[in-house]
Design a protein around this ligand. Structure first.
Ligand SMILES: Cc1cc2nc3c(=O)[nH]c(=O)nc-3n(C[C@H](O)[C@H](O)[C@H](O)COP(=O)(O)O)c2cc1C
Length: 314
């Protein structure tokens, strides 16, 4: 898998001048309060997007935002296990996230039992970090609790609807992302794991999930063994819109993105997907890789699992 464990924090291809400060320039930076910080922010945004878009310079200093822009998924961890008190704090932070209608439909399950961890890990041999990470959480969409609250109060609640599924999914995703950012700010590295849904029947059985409770994603967590690298995002011209949606620039922007991303982190020839079906690509960029990946849709087991566990989606 591309992006696994490589430390690639090169200067971006564009804006390299910023990365080659001379001794004189460094002295000038030191002599101008705030310049160093502004430059670091612009570099972080350039490293993330490389699209020549706004740098955010001029906005107030904010270390948290800077850290978020520079964040990266980590899949290799040291053997050090984070303390229970830190994990308790991260769970508290995750459950402090906003929740649709205050229904609070996220649940967090930590898998500590070594046999259970091994059983889950063995289901996904291509992702050894699932079994090896010092800590493994599963973030659950929990549409069951609200239905039970309705029963407790004698008010019939039918929460296996699309609305119930969607709200519970979003609550769980927001809780997970809140834990991700808090864990990273505490020096930990994390990797979300949605591949568990590809074997949802087995995973749900191992975790004892009842009807109306489903895994949104797992989360590997530990102290980073390797730095990883900041993954270049799509140009903001593609992912942001002003007043009206407009994707007319998509083809040219994607071509440009493919080239820039390839220049930073080329996908090795041996990692081209589904060559037997699609052939060897002379140029294999992000869009070719993602189109091939998406053409082989994952998650076929998930809809039948949900339908047989309380969801009607009406
Ligand atoms: C919902 C979700 C599910 C993910 N599932 C997996 C997974 O199953 N295995 C994995 O190795 N990475 C997984 N990832 C990590 C993504 O591959 C990673 O975020 C993406 O490549 C961008 O890299 P970055 O986070 O370092 O910017 C997942 C990320 C998200 C948000």
């Amino acid at each position: 898998m591309s992006g696994v464990g490589n430390e690639r924090l090169d200067c971006p291809k564009t804006g390299t001048a910023r990365c080659r400060a001379t001794a004189d320039e460094s002295r000038v930076r030191r002599d101008r309060p705030g310049f160093e910080l502004m430059s670091a922010r612009a570099e972080a945004i350039e490293r993330r997007f490389g699209d020549g878009g706004p740098s955010g310079d001029g906005a107030a200093e904010n270390e948290f935002i800077h850290r978020v822009i520079s964040r990266k998924t980590v899949r290799r961890y040291s053997d050090v296990v984070p303390s229970d008190s830190l994990l308790d704090l991260l769970v508290a932070a995750a459950l402090s996230t906003s929740a649709k209608s205050d229904f609070q439909q996220a649940s967090i399950l930590r898998v500590t039992d070594p046999t259970q961890r091994a059983s889950i890990g063995e289901l996904f041999p291509s992702m050894p970090w699932i079994g090896a990470a010092p800590v493994f959480f599963v973030f659950l969409g929990d549409a069951r609790r609200l239905q039970r609250v309705g029963e407790l109060r004698g008010k019939p609640v039918r929460n296996g609807t699309l609305e119930g599924f969607f709200n519970a999914s979003i609550d769980a995703a927001l809780a997970m992302q809140t834990m991700i950012l808090c864990a990273e700010s505490a020096g930990l590295g994390v990797c979300p794991i949605s591949v568990i849904r590809n074997e949802v029947d087995k995973v749900a059985a191992l975790l004892g999930l009842p009807d109306l409770v489903f895994p949104v994603a797992g989360l590997c967590l530990g102290y980073p063994q390797s730095e990883g690298y900041v993954s270049l995002r799509l140009p903001r011209q593609v992912t942001t819109h002003l007043d009206r949606y407009d994707d007319s620039a998509l083809p040219a922007s994607i071509d440009d993105y493919d080239r820039r991303r390839d220049a930073r982190h080329a996908i090795p020839r041996e990692q081209q997907r589904s060559n037997a079906e699609f052939g060897n690509a002379a140029f294999y960029g992000w869009s070719e890789d993602k189109a091939r990946q998406a053409a082989k849709a994952e998650g076929a087991a998930f809809p039948p699992y949900l339908r047989s566990h309380g969801f009607s989606f009406d």
